[in-house]
Design a protein around this ligand. Structure first.
Ligand code: SF4
Length: 125
């Protein structure tokens, strides 16, 4: 059986940014000191399956601007973020695009869609 470890985490769930002290054996959380119930849930998730909301841009052709801001519809698995950023760098879409339109479905087979953060009309040229 794994021995008990203590991991310190800063909770990013709200602006307060509490320092959480997580007592765990491997990925099994035994106790969380400091913070509130939401912070304790964050600590449990962070040990088992850390995820982050991601914002980035993708190339767009025929649009008012050369780049379209995009975001993940849900928090994305942290270990695969660099892979996701590489996939977004390879992606080019066509204008026009509506805000919240899916620009990449099921990114990297994660089941998570990438959505447009804004409308982007066609270039007036
Ligand atoms: S532990 Fe609770 S109060 Fe502290 S940062 Fe997290 S959500 Fe906010």
């Amino acid at each position: 059986m794994n021995k008990e470890e203590i991991t310190k985490l800063i909770c990013i769930t709200c602006p307060k940014g509490c320092l959480l002290e997580v007592h765990h054996q491997g990925s099994t959380v035994l106790n969380v000191k400091n913070g509130c119930k939401r912070g304790h849930e964050y600590a449990r998730r962070e040990l088992v399956d850390p995820r982050r909301m991601i914002s980035s841009t993708v190339r767009i052709t025929g649009g008012e601007h050369p780049l379209l801001p995009v975001y993940t519809a849900e928090a994305f698995p942290k270990p695969r973020i660099s892979e996701l950023m590489a996939a977004l760098r390879e992606l080019t879409i066509k204008a026009p695009v509506r805000m919240n339109q899916v620009v990449l479905e099921d990114a990297l087979g994660s089941g998570i869609n990438i959505l447009a953060s804004r409308d982007m009309g066609k270039s007036g040229k």
